[in-house]
Design a protein around this ligand. Structure first.
Ligand code: DC
Length: 204
């Protein structure tokens, strides 16, 4: 039996942390769909067109160590606005979402486009300032030389592009549960999400 947990939301809202915890707790494989767009964007730095990059993605491309940089994030957001890039990546994501035994996917359009019939749909968000603080702390811990203002500006620019695009824009699915983590610890957010998934499992 398949069981899809769809987690969407803006950049640095805590989706990845929650998804990994859910994946571990329930034993569902996890797909970070942002990585597909980051790897596609990063391949365009080497001269490929966005479509060539998306169509030729390999597992090795997803393991590059430069995918978490600010440049890769911006490149991802730009290629993600192209309908042909999005359609090149749909089949892989939909097959993952419906794998036997369950799956958790996070991104921007999982509950709206990739898995509109997901058993659990969540939209995880937080205020711009809280998201910027969290991402800034992560980057500083990795030794990156950025200011909190730069991180805030980068998040806002990406969110605006991701929300304004015509194809599969960032937005909560109508039936998604919205969780604002601005005033929550990660543990609280994870506990809330696990409880919601348990309720959905019992309803199956
Ligand atoms: O989740 P992330 O920050 O790693 O995503 C990087 C970019 O990829 C994000 O700015 C928008 C795009 N993206 C998307 O359009 N659809 C997804 N399902 C996941 C990411």
């Amino acid at each position: 039996m398949s069981f899809c947990v769809a987690i969407d939301g803006p950049a640095a809202a805590g989706k990845g942390t929650v998804s990994k915890a859910v994946s571990k707790h329930f034993g569902f494989p996890y797909l970070d769909t942002g990585l597909l767009y980051r790897a596609t964007g990063a391949k365009t730095f080497e001269g490929l067109t966005p479509l060539e990059a998306a169509e030729s993605l390999t597992t090795a491309d997803l393991e590059r160590d430069d995918l978490r940089s600010g440049d890769a994030g911006q490149a991802a957001s730009r290629v993600a606005a192209l309908p042909e890039v999005r359609s090149a990546l749909v089949d892989f994501q939909q097959a993952f979402a419906r794998r036997e035994g369950g799956a958790v996917l996070d991104g921007r359009d999982i509950g709206t486009v990739i898995c509109p019939d997901a058993e659990v749909k969540l939209y995880i968000t937080a205020s711009d300032e809280v998201r910027a603080q969290r991402r800034y702390a992560e980057l500083v811990a990795k030794g990156e030389n950025v200011t909190e203002e730069e991180v805030l500006a980068d998040l806002r620019e990406r969110d605006e592009r991701d929300s304004a695009r015509a194809t599969a824009p960032l937005k909560p699915a109508e039936d998604a549960t919205v969780i604002d983590t601005s005033e929550m610890s990660i543990d609280e957010a994870v506990a809330k999400v696990i409880a919601l998934i348990e309720v959905a499992q019992q309803a199956q």
